[in-house]
Design a binder for this molecule. Sequence first.
Ligand SMILES: [Zn+2]
Length: 336
Amino acid sequence: MNQAPNPPDSRASVSDAQYLLGVEISGRGQRAVVSDPYGAIIGQAQSIDSSAPADVVVDTVDDLVQQAIINADVPLESISGAGVAFGGPVDAERGLTLLSHRAPGFENYPLVNLLEERFNIPTVIENDARAAALGEAMYGAARGSRDVVYIHLGTGVGAGIIVDGSFVRGVSGTAGEIGHMVITPDGPQCSCGKPGHLEAYAAGPSIITRYRAALEQAGCEGPGRGERDRTLTVQMIFRDAARNDSVARTVVQETVQVLGIAVANLVTVLSPGVVVFGGWVSEAGPALIESVSSRLRQYSYPATARRVRITRASLGPDANVIGAVALARQSLQADS
Ligand SMILES: [Zn+2]
């Protein structure tokens, strides 16, 4: 069942007395927060072990939730609902995780049931990019829009898509996996094993890999070698590009170009009211989003381009976990 995100002015339908639980399980590890109904975090706890198997993650989340509740200083009974933002495909209706690329044991794993057994709190789950899209639509940069595309640029590339207030999931639950859109069929190999996908160009690790390859090709002995090479970050590449370093500039321009093309095509197909860019790569250089936005407007269908607002995520590193809170709130409102 697809559920519509609530319009941002619908606060009255959730009691002020209700607190919500948000859980993030992603490449950054696990995090649990207790939030008030308006998305303000009042207690939290986190673990940075992103490769733990599913059964261990359930125990960790159990500990984190208990710590977050203690930190929030609210009774467990005052928490009305919980949401989980999971970094991988899920079966939201059945409450299952389907797969994790980072850790074993998440194949068809009944995460929602297991957490409900432990806490006795109604729990819902969603892919993290979709959760972040809902978080931005309910509490963040896309408030007021029912047609939202949230683009995550981080260790991977993905999107959460909301059309006319409903999540787009697809029959496989993988709709929105824009990191696997084809840019060029003979391009670099993607994390999924296929060649030339967007993620192989625009994910953080891919940008670094492409930069190193470009240095090799240019025969450079300068920036990027020795000690600096071991600590190379995406931020450094963007900074060097801004300083007119020719290799960095070429890599950044190619990144902006492929992102501009991919997101322009997505915008032309979906005609969202708002495109929100989030994830740590989107914060790597001040010019990245501006450059991608201008290409996006340049390349997409004119009538569509005129109606779309392009913005940065406003929830920052909290996007996934506040997205999980938003899932919980949406679920409670749908039930009431
Ligand atoms: Zn791929």
